[in-house]
Design a protein around this ligand. Structure first.
Ligand code: PEP
Ligand code: MN
Length: 499
């Protein structure tokens, strides 16, 4: 079925100073039949395809969740990241759940992202583009198509957009109606996110107060005290000067998810009446995962047809040729911000594998934002059967990422983390030194383990410490913050040298 023409995709209040959409060329839209004819990994097996088609038809009649103009603004902002002038923080659940669409959970995720952003903005002296893994992150790739428990084999859980987590034949059956539920859940989530981010929750002074409280309460908080106090002073200085702009009270938070479920993503593709080209309207930033990034497969083919800013996850086996292939397929005109590479190598491999990749891509003149996902290469299972990650491994991969980019003189563009705004117990380590025996206390993820609020904030403070604080330009732990971001010391705008 072709994408319906002239669906509403514009008329958006665009808050950022972007005057025109970037000229990303888009290949002609694929029909759903053409898309389905391509090889595609990680798709559910539905018992009744006509039921899927009915749901897809219904989704096509529903309003877009995001607007084309917002996606263009985000492309422009990510273009600043690609150009070394901004940082991106992308974070949220590994897998959202329908039951998790609650005001308090959404608010807490948002608060955690905003808290981290304030710290990173201050540390880097660059804008931080905020991307939630939110309002659409409902489909998961799995290592095996089935799961066996006590001799019983059932289809694997593929995310709430596909089937239920409960280990029963009924729950694990792929149900097309779940796509509609996910559409509605995403709409409700986005609605609250927009209300929170523009209705007072994002006030800088308030966000900083949460951070100060965190520093006071956390057992490892003393080491973050100087960063927090520096931010205090900066805010007091702005107050004294009477600085008063909207940007102190509101933020733009964009929605992102893995574009995995092809029927859903195709159903949510709309042609923008301003530009006449299709956008994926299920979220602002859509990424292709490590397991579905085959160059000749359906996920890449679909992504090439939409004008959103796009990501591709790159694991440790990624070759330069593959990376250049993604750039050719998704960003043939080399528009900054159109393409983000999210590397997820593993703490023990990043220093070995990332340099050649970054170098090959850079030497080819390809514009890309480099983002570090320090989560997916560092997962292991405990003897007691919990999937977890060590906070120190996560941190080490982040340090490795900065080290590699510092050595190459390229820009370490951002972080991509799985986090919860609540005090869950899914990753070990951190200031509270969560042990493997603590994991059962509050292990709530239905897929990968997330940093809890405290661990996520600690990560931000540790990255801030590593970058050095702008106050005195001091070098922390032997790391040269200016070199870390690829500029000579004293250059305005980044780390050291900014008074
Ligand atoms: C994810 O982001 O949850 C995920 C599955 O990542 P990757 O594709 O990098 O394995
Ligand atoms: Mn995950």
């Amino acid at each position: 079925m072709p994408v319906p023409p002239e669906a509403p995709g514009d008329g958006v209040p665009v808050t950022a100073p972007v005057s025109r959409p970037p000229a990303v060329p888009v290949t002609p839209a694929l029909t759903l039949e053409q898309l389905r004819a391509l090889p595609a990994a990680q798709q559910p097996t539905y018992a009744d395809r006509t039921h899927v088609d009915r749901v897809v038809d219904q989704l096509r009649t529903l309003p877009p969740l995001v607007f084309a103009g917002e996606c263009d603004t985000l492309t422009a902002r990510l273009g600043q990241v690609a150009d070394g002038k901004a940082f991106v923080l992308q974070g949220g659940d590994c897998a959202e759940t329908l039951a998790g669409v609650r005001a308090d959970a959404i608010r807490n995720t948002l608060r955690t992202l905003l808290s981290m952003s304030v710290v990173l903005t201050y540390a880097g002296s660059v804008p931080v583009v905020k991307l939630g893994r939110i309002a659409g992150q409902y489909t998961k790739p799995r290592s095996k198509p089935t799961e066996t428990r006590d001799g019983v084999e059932l289809p694997a859980y593929r995310g709430d957009a596909v089937n239920g987590f409960e280990f029963t034949p009924a729950a694990r059956e792929a149900d097309p109606d779940r796509m509609l539920r996910v559409y509605n859940a995403s709409a409700a989530t986005l609605n609250l996110v927009r209300a929170f981010t523009h209705g007072g929750e994002a006030d800088l002074r308030q966000v900083h107060q949460w951070n100060s409280r965190f520093v006071a309460d956390n057992p490892a908080g003393a080491q973050y005290d100087s960063v927090a106090r520096d931010i205090d002073k900066a805010i007091a200085f702005m107050n004294a000067c009477g600085v008063e702009t909207d940007s102190l009270h509101t933020v733009d938070l964009y929605a992102s998810h893995e574009a995995l479920l092809l029927d859903y993503e195709h159903a949510m593709t709309r042609v923008d009446s301003r530009t006449g080209v299709p956008y994926g309207t299920s979220g602002h930033f859509l990424w292709v995962g490590e397991r579905t990034r085959q160059l000749d497969h359906a996920h890449l083919a679909w992504a090439a047809t939409v004008r959103n800013p796009l990501g591709v996850k790159l694991g440790p086996t990624t070759t330069v040729e593959e990376a250049l292939g993604y750039a050719r397929a998704l960003n043939p005109d080399n528009i900054p911000g159109r393409l983000t590479f999210v590397t997820r190598m593993g703490a023990d491999r990043i220093r070995e594998h990332l340099p050649a990749l970054v170098q090959g891509v850079t030497n080819a003149g390809v514009s890309v934002a480099w983002v570090c996902d320090p989560m997916h290469g560092n997962t292991f299972e405990t003897d007691t059967g919990y999937k977890t990650r060590r906070f120190d491994d996560v941190l080490d991969e982040v340090y490795g990422f900065f080290d590699v980019h510092r050595d190459l003189g390229t820009w370490p563009g951002g972080l991509h983390v799985e986090l919860s705004g609540e005090e869950v117990t899914e990753c070990v380590g951190g200031g509270y030194q969560l042990a493997e025996t603590d994991l059962s206390t509050r292990y709530e993820t239905v897929c990968d383990p997330r940093l809890n609020r405290g661990q996520a904030l600690e990560l931000a403070f540790l990255v801030a410490k590593m970058l050095g604080t702008p106050r005195d330009g001091s070098v922390v732990a032997g790391r040269n913050p200016a070199a870390a971001v690829g500029v000579p010391a004293g250059v305005d705008g980044v780390g050291a040298g900014r008074a």
